[in-house]
Write a protein of this length. Structure first.
Length: 293
């Protein structure tokens, strides 16, 4: 299975966009039943998402996820009833308030898995963990969320609306201080829980240069992938989160150096002192390169 570098939202009520998504090289397609679907189209979107999943059971070229509606809304139950029997790879949970929401969702999913003779616990969960102010104070607790947790991702649009912010980016397009803090908290919470840290969307889908900068910053800081809202963003994201040839070659040199000097805690390579954290980083780069081979 490939790493989740790119996760593309596709409106669940658009048969045309769902059909086109198969030709897009995203690592995961997220069939969206929440924000991109108007209330009057929710029922139709559930049926389309269910049919799409059923038609692609078994061997899949890419992972197929579903973003349901928030757990405190009636639509969430209807969403799960529609799509869980069709065996999605995972469920994205919006407006997650705490790990308890993940656990509650997992129990509901387990009921459907057992009923339809699926492996109980196999369907993963990716919560959006920063969309309400109260949720920020529970980020450190996701290490207790259980084995279904695939990663953590964050969002700034709902949060900005919730606090009445006039903007969440400055005049240069950079996150303002509150939202950079939120981004960083999500990053560290994901690593504390030992799951993937998935960066939020770049809303201007025509801004390829800005997207590339955002991806480079995210990977530099420790994110492993990024959410996408337009097919044109996928290749930019994949490229940014895939180790380059020079990076892979350097990682191999680091690993081989430590293997040639067993027991050494620090070694020099090309005038730079290396220690065990550098070895761990090199191995992670090689693991990522193998996953995306």
């Amino acid at each position: 299975m490939t790493a989740l570098r790119s996760l593309l939202f596709v409106p669940g009520d658009s048969e045309k966009k769902l059909s086109k998504s198969e030709g897009i090289p995203a690592d995961a397609i997220i069939l969206d039943l929440e924000d991109s679907v108007a209330p009057e189209n929710k029922a139709a979107a559930r049926q389309l998402a269910r049919d799409f999943l059923l038609a692609r059971q078994g061997e899949r070229r890419q992972q197929l996820w579903v973003r349901i509606n928030p757990l405190d809304q009636q639509d969430a139950g209807a969403d799960l009833a529609a799509v869980m029997p069709a065996a999605p790879d995972g469920i994205m949970l919006p407006k997650a308030r705490s790990p308890e929401d993940v656990e509650l969702l997992g129990r509901r999913m387990g009921t459907y898995e057992a009923e339809h003779e699926m492996q109980v616990g196999a369907t993963r969960i990716l919560p959006l963990v920063t969309e309400t102010p109260a949720a920020l104070f529970n980020l450190g607790e996701y290490c207790k969320a259980g084995k279904r947790l695939a990663g953590l991702s964050w969002g700034a649009e709902d949060l900005a609306a919730a606090v009445g912010a006039t903007a969440n980016r400055d005049e240069d397009g950079n996150w303002t201080s509150p939202y950079r803090m939120v981004r960083n908290l999500c990053l560290f919470a994901a690593h504390a829980a030992q799951v993937e840290a998935i960066d939020t969307i770049h809303t201007n889908f025509r801004d390829a240069d800005g997207l590339a900068r955002s991806c480079a910053e995210a990977r530099r800081d420790g994110f492993s992938g990024k959410l996408a809202i337009h097919p044109a963003q996928v290749e930019v994201i994949n490229r940014a989160f895939t180790p380059g040839e020079d990076e892979i070659a350097h990682a191999w040199r680091v690993v081989e150096l430590f293997e040639a000097n067993p027991g050494a805690g620090t070694l020099a390579l090309e005038g730079v002192m290396l220690d065990i954290p550098h070895l761990k980083q090199a191995r992670k780069i090689l693991e990522l390169a193998e996953l995306n081979n």
